[in-house]
Design a protein around this ligand. Structure first.
Ligand code: GLU
Length: 381
């Protein structure tokens, strides 16, 4: 009943598609034929009632072509500049191609920071919703021009994973330059085993191959990781070759192309908010808890009370995401704190009944309520 089969892909109305730099650039300029084919196919499927959002890389690769830069080692500031140069012609190519079929492309550039704050995050979801209502096709890329190292998405595969709850697709299709997931590098080893389906997996357990190509950032590992996020959220992913003719239509007909990564069973899926707490927003601090509290959290599904807190690190406000670590220092959960770091310092070790009088205000008695807490073991981390 809960088992997913390829045939179900035919009823996936809204699909998030990710395509990488390698497939979009010839090395001398944009691969216009690829963009034409993609937009042609998506428009046909759009005519049949499907909806799409596209995560498209290629800005930096195109900037390099325009500026005739061949050197692969480029400093971040230069990459930011090249993205600014390349993004314009990338989006123009999509806009022109979709316009020929009567459709409108819409550019969305996102930084990691935009997703960190729950309010901003949900605002972006409203934008996607409005774009779908308008019948536009969102074309998403990282806003590389203003993204600095510490706040970058690892790559656009991860960006795709992080925006799943914003786009709310029924399936994710990652288009790359191999037919799917092999257990070894098919370019070096022609005997490499191909995985047509992956189910019940932990991304880090799959040893694969194929690092990033010369032009893009993510390799196969990050595609599998993105697929594991989708799976946690109950969304199937197909990783397939961008060079296979009509690949999207074939995937959506349920044909056996690419690697299908199954969605998790309904009972072990992550709620969208839990996914945001676990993976999207970054922890602003940490509380260290004693053994009793760790056990109550891990074994009995309890909230974290002030009495179990033995230490607090970092600076954060009430409502911010924090890590919960045991005494040896292992993070056992993440969650939203009901207090600032300064307040926790005052109430740590206290009984719940004393908290309001210590802080001299009306407040919650839990440091992190169970409803706002995700155990590491729930996300397979
Ligand atoms: N955002 C980058 C670009 O448009 C690509 C990142 C990636 O390769 O994943 O050039």
């Amino acid at each position: 009943m809960d088992k997913f089969s390829r045939a179900q892909l035919s009823s996936c109305r809204r699909v998030l598609i990710k395509i990488g730099s390698q497939a979009l650039s010839t090395g001398l300029g944009l691969n216009n034929r690829m963009i034409e084919r993609l937009c042609d196919e998506l428009s046909l499927l759009r005519d049949q009632g499907r909806e799409f959002a596209l995560v498209s890389s290629g800005a930096i690769a195109q900037g390099k072509c325009i500026m005739k830069i061949a050197d692969p080692a480029i400093a971040l500031s230069k990459k930011q500049a090249l993205a600014a140069i390349g993004q314009g012609s990338l989006i123009r190519a999509y806009t022109d191609a979709f316009r020929r079929y009567g459709y409108t492309a819409a550019q969305i550039l996102i930084t990691r920071d935009d997703l960190d704050d729950r309010h901003r995050y949900l605002n972006i979801r409203n934008t996607f919703t409005a774009l779908f209502e308008l019948g536009a096709i969102p074309i998403v890329n990282e806003n590389d021009t203003v993204s600095v190292d510490e706040i970058q998405f690892t790559d656009n595969d991860m960006l795709s994973a992080m925006i799943i709850p914003l786009v709310e697709p029924h399936a994710l299709i990652i288009l790359t330059d191999t037919e799917g997931v092999y257990l070894d590098d098919p370019r070096a080893n022609p005997e490499a085993q191909f995985l047509s389906e992956i189910r019940d997996f932990k991304a880090k357990e799959i040893r694969t191959s194929g690092g990033a190509g010369a032009l893009g950032r993510g390799g196969m590992e990050s595609k599998i990781k993105a697929a594991s996020h989708a799976s946690m959220l109950g969304i199937p992913t197909v990783i397939a070759s961008a060079y296979t003719p009509n690949v999207i239509s074939r995937v959506l007909r349920g044909e056996v192309v690419g690697t299908l990564v199954h969605p998790r069973k309904r009972s072990s899926r992550l709620k969208q908010k839990d996914h945001w707490i676990s993976f999207v927003t970054r922890p602003k601090g940490r509380v260290v808890v004693d053994r009793g509290a760790a056990k109550a959290i891990l074994d009995n599904g309890r909230s974290l009370l002030p009495v179990g807190v033995v230490g607090v690190e970092g600076m954060f406000r009430a409502g911010d995401p924090i890590e919960i670590a045991d005494r040896p220092g292992e993070v056992i959960a993440v969650g939203l704190s009901n207090f600032s770091n300064e307040e926790i310092l005052k109430v740590k070790g206290a009984n719940s009944s004393q908290v309001c009088s210590i802080l001299e205000k009306e407040c919650d008695e839990e440091v992190v309520h169970r409803n706002n807490m995700i155990l590491r073991k729930e996300t397979g981390q």
